[in-house]
Design a protein. Sequence first.
Length: 366
Amino acid sequence: MRGEAGLHVLALTTALGFGTFSSLLSLYLDALGMSGLHIGLMNSASMAVAALASWAAGSLSASRGYPRVMAAALALPAVLSVLSPAAMRVEAAVLLVLAVGAADGAFRTSSAGLLSEVSRRVGPSFGAFYTLRVLGMTASGALAGLLAEAGYEYMVLASCLFYAVSVPLALSLPGRAPEGGGRPPRSVRLLALALFLHTMGFAATRPFIPLYPAKVLGMRESQVGALVSVRSLGVLSSQAAAGYAVSLLGPGAVLTAHVALSSLAWGAYPLARDFLSASGIFFAAGVVAALDMPARRALVAQMTEPGGERARGMGEVDLVTGMASAIGFLLGGIFWDSMGPEWAFWAPALINLAAAPLVLLASRTR
């Protein structure tokens, strides 16, 4: 399978794998008897592994080529499908969380680098890529809810099988090791700092987006899965438009708007009182989220030269944001346990306010 088309198919299959496992991850860990702090720690460990895998993928892609790195990472959760019958054991859950995190981190970096190299129009191409990613996440959120009610073992098995399908697709992609390139410019490091703050805030809220309606509003797992899908629908309805907005307005302006609006979106989650009001808030948050990845990837591509410099730039930004996620998940657990469920959203929204001006500054730095 060639170029953009192959990457777009992989965007869907890997999203199905990741979303089936991660959409209800907090509920899965809660069913294993973990506290809010332990759930935050598990998510932190997953994101730390994803961050390291992102950095490794950027470095290895510069020497080994994107498809090989992608396929090797996706094989990790595929192999661990044998653990699905033991999914309700803590040891198996830890291995699965780490494997899925590593696969997702490496895939995000290597796929973004390759797509930026083969695309004729970067903004719309990333818009289409992330539209398919969100389509997969939308379907997987509902699927995860149904499978979890039958047993979390089935949810885990389905996720691993989606990854297994993705491995040969990755190997079929064209690609060789990018040529040349040195260290990414200073603007990339400034952008990484801005995204560190933003991602830390989002990660603090992320485990508790499904947990809040379950624990505070008393919703069933199937209702929570439906809400996750509603948020994904908000992203899906706006993702392609976000890609074209990047082409029209520039990635710096779109990413700045996304970061600024995110504080409002996160702060609104605790305002939900029932399924209907939660659906409206989740959908609006999804629309805001749609602005992120097409603008983020296009901005890094704009700041770097094609080849090894771009591969390393993608990897370094993903490393920084991955570590921010690890810290944010831990902070979110602390906010939830010590300050109350609402502050798992309000405190990150306040932290995020510092990120928007830094994104704007980075986009104007040469």
